[in-house]
Design a protein around this ligand. Structure first.
Ligand SMILES: Nc1nc2c(ncn2[C@@H]2O[C@H](COP(=O)(O)OP(=O)(O)OP(=O)(O)O)[C@@H](O)[C@H]2O)c(=O)[nH]1
Length: 350
């Protein structure tokens, strides 16, 4: 019965879970970004609002530190429905990133895009005295965080132009650094703006070493890791763990509150007709389906990282102690990721 249901307070440790997804094109993309820095005026670093701490990739600060930076938390609409909690979270994150400007974006919300454009204009106005061609911006972030969608949104709101960057539900849609795309006309700037403000899309770059299995699960749940890397049932189980903490009635149309993922998935299979030969429930297919529903905001909207003054302080301290990550370490992580992917492919074939 719902009234006697007790959600799990801890998720199993899962020590064997892959912890790396740092691929060759991530490393190559980052190295190229580094060589381009002298032609860049501003780096926009995107992080996912649902995992504001976990989606922080230290590689960007280390490799692109010489340039001014703006932090944009994407997919704000998928984060929460609690206005007071959002306001507090946003204020803490703004203070945490100061003096870098921080924005919270929903790619389909013109007001949030306009706020970013206002900051970009101010930045460009301050710069354009010494730039002949106009300011250049690089947008960086983890895979699937919403970089291309942000670029398209800025261009649509500012110039009423259509989509130029490819977007998609899986990570790795953008594989190469794009040519500059205009997001502001020179005449939209107060000072001499040259040809306008151009933005370059970049491939998503994953964190070389994910500190623990829970962090990997959070990143995978938010879609930053290909769905073939972690078993869909494990991912769905992690989602169920979170939904039960937030509101177990979110899946009431399929099952009463439960901590048993297979029970829930079988109920989903029966209800939605996802059955295999002989009427066997397609548990894996249903696992992917419910994860996808959550990613689309159809199974609750909530933030997976706790954000408080203490947590932010502790996170900053831990990262400082962790020291910089060299590209050699990243290369080793790249090899490890390839091993993990090849193992998971073999498993899928077997
Ligand atoms: N709900 C919601 N979905 C978003 C938002 N921004 C992006 N998305 C979705 O997130 C997915 C990934 O977006 P992309 O813009 O392709 O992400 P990316 O960072 O360019 O991805 P890579 O190619 O892996 O680097 C797409 O399905 C987008 O529609 C947002 O603000 N809200």
């Amino acid at each position: 019965m719902a009234s006697s249901f007790v959600p799990r307070t801890v998720f199993p440790a899962l020590d064997s879970l892959p912890r790396s997804y740092f691929l060759g094109h991530h490393r190559a993309g980052l190295a190229k970004m580094k060589t381009m820095l002298s032609t860049i005026d501003l780096v926009i670093e995107c992080r996912d609002y649902r995992v504001p701490l976990t989606s922080h990739n230290p590689l960007f600060e280390e490799s692109l530190a010489e340039r001014e930076r703006m932090v944009v938390y994407t997919k704000k609409d998928l984060g929460s429905n609690d206005t007071a909690a959002d306001a507090e979270r946003e204020s803490l994150l703004r203070t945490h990133h100061a003096p870098h400007p921080t924005h919270f974006s929903t790619c389909t919300s013109p007001p949030s895009t306009r706020r970013i454009l206002t900051t970009l204009k101010a930045h460009a106005n301050a710069l354009s005295h010494h730039s002949l061609t106009g300011p250049r911006i690089l947008v960086v972030g983890m895979p699937n965080v919403g970089k291309s969608s942000l670029l398209n949104a800025l261009r649509a709101v500012s110039l009423s132009r259509g989509k130029v960057a490819h977007t998609g539900a899986q990570p790795g849609i953008t594989r190469k650094i794009g040519t500059g795309v205009k997001i502001l006309e020179g005449r939209q700037l107060e000072a001499e703006g040259g040809e306008g403000v151009y933005m370059m899309d970049t491939p998503g770059v994953f964190i070389p070493y994910v500190p623990n299995a829970q962090a990997m699960l959070k990143l995978a749940l938010c879609g930053m890791v290909k769905d073939t890397i972690i078993s869909p049932v494990t991912l769905a189980d992690y989602l169920l763990f979170w939904i039960n903490k937030v509101d177990p009635t979110l899946y009431a149309e399929y099952h009463e509150p439960t901590n048993e993922i297979v029970q829930l998935l079988e109920a989903v299979a029966r209800k939605t007709g996802r059955l295999m030969k002989g009427g066997v429930p397609d548990v894996e297919g249903c696992a992917l389906w419910i994860v996808q529903r959550w990613r689309n905001g159809l199974l609750g909207r909530f933030v997976l990282d706790e954000v408080s003054k203490e947590v932010l302080l502790e996170d900053g301290r831990r990262r400082k102690e962790g020291g910089p990550i060299s590209l050699n370490q990243a290369r080793r992580a790249d090899k490890e990721a390839k091993r993990v992917i090849s193992r998971s492919k073999k498993k899928a074939v077997g």
